[in-house]
Design a protein around this ligand. Structure first.
Ligand code: IMP
Ligand code: MG
Length: 180
């Protein structure tokens, strides 16, 4: 799998070190509030597992499954909620966890949907954020790493459902991407 990468952006020790820092920040910020984490599947699975074990707070965890990509490398703008019942967010402080902030459409759609259910607050934590102008008005309070506008895989991020189990994050070789 690793031979499919053009180059590695973040290796395992680098990711671990950054997770220590973000987790410490979240722990500090939520020390006096009851925290509910909502992880967006499948991309945030590995990030979520590694991050949450570094946060020693009595938090609750829920997951939400959406599809925004349909296999390619570009966001379609259409966000499909895969479950009928959304997590209970009323009267709670919500931390949305996702793998990557790209156009922002996915997280913006999720946030707007959850806001209808009356949470006390919603903030966003992403492992990666692309340095681009977002199509939707959303900002992340916690960002692991900012990256250029390149297609990356590994550590939960996929290309057509592959590479999620790569332990590092890297740029996929261009010739492996089917250009639509
Ligand atoms: P957005 O709605 O454009 O912000 O797209 C967010 C979703 O697109 C993420 O949760 C990922 O699943 C996917 N995505 C965006 N950029 C990448 C990438 O570089 N690699 C893998 N998946 C990506
Ligand atoms: Mg994906």
């Amino acid at each position: 799998m690793q031979e499919d990468l053009d180059r590695i952006l973040f290796d395992e020790p680098t990711i671990r070190h950054r997770l220590d820092e973000i987790a410490a920040q979240i722990t500090q910020d939520f020390r006096d509030r009851e925290l509910t984490v909502i992880a967006i599947l499948n991309g945030s699975l590995i990030f979520m597992a590694d991050l949450l074990r570094r946060i020693p707070l009595p938090l609750k965890l829920d997951c939400l499954s959406v599809a925004s990509y349909h296999g390619g490398t570009r966001s379609t703008g259409e966000v499909v909620f895969r479950q009928v019942a959304l997590p209970d967010v009323q009267g709670r402080h919500i931390l949305l966890l996702d793998d990557i902030l790209d156009s922002g459409r996915t997280l913006d759609a999720i946030r707007r949907r959850l806001e209808e259910a009356g949470p006390l607050s919603i903030c966003v934590c992403v492992l990666l954020a692309k340095k681009i102008t977002r199509a939707a008005p959303i900002e992340a309070a916690y960002v692991g790493f900012e990256i250029e506008n390149e297609f990356v895989v590994g550590y939960g991020l996929d290309y057509m459902e592959r590479y999620r189990n790569l332990p590092c994050i890297g740029v996929l070789r261009n010739e492996l991407i089917t250009h639509e």
